[in-house]
Design a protein. Sequence first.
Length: 430
Amino acid sequence: MDQIAAAGLAKRAGAPKALSVRNFRIYFTGMAISVPGTWMQMTAQSWLVLQLTNSPVSLAIVTSLQFLPVFVLSLIGGALADRLPRRRLMFVTMSMGCTQATVLGTLCLTGTISIWHIYVLAVTLGIINALDAPLRQSFISELVPVTHLPNAIAMASLAQNLGRIIGPALAGVVIAVLGVGVAYLINALTFGAALVALSMLRSAEFQPRRLPRKQSLLLQVREGLSYARRTPTILFLLIATAFIGLFGQNFSTMVPLISIYLVHADAAAFGVLNSCLGSGSFLAALVMTTRGAPSTRRILLAGAGFGIVLTLISFSSNLTLSAAMFVAVGATAVTFSASVNTLLQLHAPPEMRGRLVSMIGLLIPSPIGPMLTGAAASTFGVAWAVMGNGIMCCVGIGLAYWYLLRHRSNGTSLEYVPVPIPTVPADTSA
């Protein structure tokens, strides 16, 4: 059965529920437990850096060091995700993540933490994420049939954003009462749930997977880049994502800067603002679980809305107003990123999904964005830096729209068009 045609039938019939599939249900449960710990660590790290240094540039350096390995190694991680057993690799990456969190927590609790420790461990986490992110995203296609894929991706986004609500709020309380070190150790414990979930999956129920032909990793990366360049839908998604990732979705830098320098929030209010961002993301992800395959129109509207609201946030110093706008930012950001991820995976050949989703991971978030934001905030002020980011997001969406119109004028449609699915006799040889 043709992969895209099957997805089209799902769109017409209504999105099926991925949680009806045992393997995905177990995987989703493990994610729902583990993800809040990850967001707790991210919140704790931003707070710790500012407490140690009181420097926007230091925060930007840590964020960039964490995402620089993703920028350098993401395409290699995508190639590995296409050619090796994904579940086995995920056991390795999750175990490494657990170790990294444990080391950070121990350094904090013993009072020996220094900024250079955070720098080194940020690079370590970046290397882990460069390998893990393409694995997690492409692994979903092994757990459910393609007709369930839009719903499964939306459910994975739902788990991520539920964690974005719970994690920062819990981090604010834990940091205020028990200290930053405990927040890191709680994250280390939550990795256990994800590892248990992976061990419970039935490999016999995985979706058939066609491996790419044997060649070097660099040739595989080149093949993926060539396919993206020659495929208008993929290139449209990458253009839009490049600007949103570079200028918009560096929340680990912008949220602390906005909280401390514009809103003048304390630790608890900092957690509330992060949770508002997560609440909007969660609501958008929840809505998307009821939708089928996304359209280019949805992606353009979400990207433009994201840039506009981000620009408006730069004018606010009121906690309540900023919190409300963070809800809108979270909603538009998730609608954009989840729609891009879904449309990309529906249009990607199954044997190339790891490499293509790694390109999205390469762009969101960008390791260059935090440095630009930190430098702009130090030079022109936080408000001007945030406003500039919002404007540039809108510029990027405008360029993507121009590309869309150009291909439409040439008679090329970037929209998903359902096609009839031929009847294929069942294989009874097994």
